[in-house]
Design a protein around this ligand. Structure first.
Ligand code: NDP
Length: 320
């Protein structure tokens, strides 16, 4: 028989956004169900040291932080489901969602916190040196490269912002881009070109990330000129891949409004999507800040928006 679950508040995703929404929703008596998704705990489970989440003087570990958030959500009454949603029907109330084993979920309100994944180059050494010199988030990891040589790969707003951010920690920042012009906004480009500690390597594709001897992490990035084909190498301690993100919104194409980059569109300053009763928080709706603490903040907002929506709803509740 098909398993079914009915809830006033269904949350997709179990990163800081989804779990914060769960904590607030549970404390509001909505007994939320969290469908954890393919990567329970979200992106923080693949990071190590976290130094910028408020409340902890000492360095904490990303996976530990997520375990704590999940335990807190369960403690106040949220239910975790180890499942992934493969189909959504938002055309009727309650909303009907299907898990990959066929489990059905009926919900009066839906919070989408499915996050985004950094795009990687797929170059040799990239994954092996993840957390050992290679990163996809300068705001998260830049601090660890104080006084060291770093490079950022990419030519969009993220890459330029990350390069500028890294100048707070490093006097030697190189932006590596595969073409001879950036797609970042002009104002950011002007700031980048004017910065004395940033140089740009044009027309360079990354061929590989090079590890040092023994336990040493990244020591160099091998490059190839995209015009001449000439190989070269740059010695660096940190390499930041900033070539864009994939928001996890595939399921919602044709159901909810997405922007040109595939992110869910939410009302300004809030979490309501284009469909009443559906809310979005965290990286799935944020291509600018992308921090655990901002995701947690918008998760809280989504729960408060759900509460208000359900209080004003004129349909019969699917669950007590
Ligand atoms: P973008 O898609 O804008 O840029 C990605 C960059 O990475 C491009 O320069 C692209 O090169 C390069 N790139 C992509 N794939 C590869 C590859 N395989 N090898 C080498 N280089 C590659 O991503 P962003 O994350 O920068 O921005 C995403 C969206 O978020 C944009 O709309 C941006 O404006 C927005 N944003 C806004 C911010 C703000 O307003 N403050 C901050 C950050 C992002 P190429 O140019 O050759 O295609």
């Amino acid at each position: 028989m098909t398993a079914t679950h009915s809830t006033r508040m269904l949350i997709l995703g179990s990163g800081p956004a989804g779990l914060s929404a769960a904590i607030y929703g549970a404390r509001a008596g909505l007994a939320p169900i969290v469908v954890q998704g393919l990567q329970p705990g979200g992106q923080l489970t693949i990071t190590t040291d976290v130094e910028n989440y408020p409340g902890f003087k000492d360095v904490i570990q990303g996976p530990w932080l997520m375990e704590q958030m999940q335990a807190q959500a369960e403690h106040v009454g949220a239910t975790m489901m180890w499942d992934t949603i493969v189909d959504v029907d938002l055309s009727q109330r309650p909303f009907r969602l299907t898990g990959d084993g066929g489990t059905l979920y009926f919900a009066d309100a839906l919070v989408i916190a499915t996050g985004a994944q950094a795009k990687w180059l797929g170059a040799p050494g990239e994954q092996e040196l993840g957390g050992k010199g290679v990163s996809a988030c300068a705001t998260c990891d830049g601090f660890f490269y104080r006084g060291k040589k770093v490079a950022v790969i990419g030519g969009g707003n993220t890459a330029v912002e990350e390069a500028l951010y890294l100048t707070n920690h490093s006097h030697d920042v190189t932006l590596i881009h595969r073409r001879d012009s950036l797609r970042a906004e002009k104002i950011l480009q002007d700031r980048l070109f004017a910065h004395p500690n940033v140089k740009v390597l044009w027309n360079k594709a990354v061929e590989g990330f090079v590890a040092g001897e023994g336990a040493a992490g990244l020591v160099a990035i091998d490059l190839k000129d995209t015009v001449t084909g000439e190989p070269s190498s740059i010695a660096v301690d940190g390499g930041f891949v900033a070539i864009g993100h994939h928001p996890a919104t595939e399921l919602f194409k044709g159901h909810l409004e997405l922007d040109e980059d595939g992110y869910l569109v939410v009302e300004k300053g809030g979490t309501r999507t284009s469909m009443p009763g559906v809310f979005a928080c965290g990286d799935v709706a944020d291509k600018i800040y992308r921090q655990a603490v901002t995701a947690a903040g918008t998760g809280c907002m989504a729960a408060l928006d759900v509460e208000r929506f359900l209080a004003e709803a004129d349909f019969e509740a699917v669950a007590a």
